[in-house]
Design a protein around this ligand. Structure first.
Ligand code: PLP
Length: 406
């Protein structure tokens, strides 16, 4: 993988520079260095005629209000800085942030449903909850699942969105986004770029109109903030802001602050974790205890693999690596998709899309590669080094309602 190649993003600065400066250009003139955190829920105004005009303007256009936001569900200056920076990194006109990745996807679907375009075309695999949201039609959408080659044929007059993920969660299947964008014609293509991040791939450059992130993962990068964001053109952003205002899935300002801070180290974290992941993928592929390894041609910090032995034993055997759902943190996490992240997807749909019962998904962090390999090697051998922190003595975990989790 060639990082320098992917660092340029069309603006005047390289991606690594934008990651540190975008959304903060006005700070020095304000006499500030760190980003101000605005926790206001409301904004005072003695001129209610003018406030009425600003509310009318937002209701008709969905444009960000000039000046104070009236009320925090409408807009927030700290969150807006994160939105500006993410749009710059993805190379889109705008970005709109949400309380989580699922809130972001929901808003995209609601925008189209409100326009009478309730049909969605989607390519599996997708993140488990995205699959569920579409398959269950919770928001009034109707989904047609297709292979990439079947997108053009599946388009109907009421098709509002084509939804794909690449590399996909959890199998790391890669799609030709440019070819799919071509098949979409005038229907917008939504690409979930959570796994690649703009450091490795900018789907908008390949023709995707809507780029989704679970910001909870790499953008935040430290496992301590939940968020979602959509990078898109200003027209779609305006509809998203109106839906966000009406449905309330806003990102908390502190989360916006943490996500903006996370962006500044995103290129460095991605580069370091990807190098380690590539080395672990190489060692796993050469290991007789491992049946198959999935690692994207694009690179990245996610590795999936199938074991010959019981995958639950690997989960039970790790000590340095944390057995937990989610991904994109500074520390390495491993989980069993069939039990956790994709539990909510029907077994048959899991199996027909490569999510076998032996598949493990690992999110590689910033630890030393030799320490990680020693832990994996021990877990694969079923040699248990000491007791697990406490969970080992518990008879059984409480089942998670609805098989939730990332
Ligand atoms: C986690 C995840 C989501 C959902 O994001 P949340 O922030 O958990 O709501 C969506 N897509 C992908 C690829 C994910 O990994």
């Amino acid at each position: 993988m060639d990082f320098t190649e992917s660092m340029r993003n069309g603006g005047s600065h390289a991606l690594a520079t934008e990651a540190v400066h975008a959304g903060r250009e006005d700070l020095a003139a304000m006499g500030l260095h760190a980003v101000p955190l605005d926790l206001s829920t409301t904004y005072p105004s003695y001129d209610s005629r003018q406030e009425a005009a600003r509310i009318d303007d937002f209701a008709t256009t969905g444009a960000r209000p000039d000046g104070p936001p009236v009320y925090a569900r409408l807009d927030n200056p700290t969150v807006a800085r994160f939105e500006t920076a993410l749009a710059r990194l993805e190379g889109t006109e705008s970005a709109v942030a949400f309380a989580s990745g699922m809130a972001a996807l929901s808003a995209c679907l609601l925008v189209r449903v409100a326009q009478g375009l309730r049909h969605v075309i989607a390519v599996r695999p997708l993140y488990g909850c995205s699959d569920h949201l579409l398959d269950a039609g919770l928001l009034g959408t109707e989904v047609t699942w297709v292979d990439p080659a079947g997108v053009a044929e599946a388009i109907r007059p009421d098709t509002g969105l084509v939804v794909v993920e690449s590399p996909a969660n959890p199998t790391l299947r890669e799609l030709d986004l440019r070819a799919i964008a071509h098949s979409c014609g005038t229907v917008p293509l939504l690409a979930d770029n959570t796994f690649a991040t703009p450091v490795l791939q900018r789907p908008a450059e390949q023709g995707a109109n809507v780029v989704l992130h679970s910001a909870t993962k790499y953008l935040g990068g430290h496992g301590d903030v939940l968020g979602g964001v959509i990078a898109c053109d200003e027209e779609f952003a305006r509809s998203l802001r109106q839906v966000r205002f009406a449905t309330g899935g806003v990102l908390h300002p502190l989360a916006g602050y943490l996500l903006l801070r996370g962006l500044s180290t995103l290129p460095v974290r991605m580069r370091a974790a990807s190098a380690t992941a590539a080395e672990l993928a190489r060692r796993l592929a050469a290991d007789p205890r491992v049946e198959r390894v999935h690692y994207p041609r694009l690179g990245g910090a996610m590795v999936a693999f199938e074991t010959h032995g019981d995958p639950h034993e690997v989960i039970a055997g790790v000590r340095l690596i944390t057995p937990a759902v989610s991904l994109g943190s500074v520390d390495t996490l491993i989980q069993h998709p069939a039990s956790i992240s994709h539990r909510i997807v029907a077994e048959g749909d899991r199996h027909s899309n490569g999510i076998s019962d032996r598949l493990l998904r690992m999110s590689v962090g910033l630890e030393d590669v030799e320490d990680l390999w020693a832990d994996l090697d021990r877990a694969l051998s079923g040699r248990v080094a000491g007791r697990a922190p406490e969970a080992a003595s518990e008879p059984e975990r409480t089942p998670v309602p609805g098989g939730a989790g990332r």
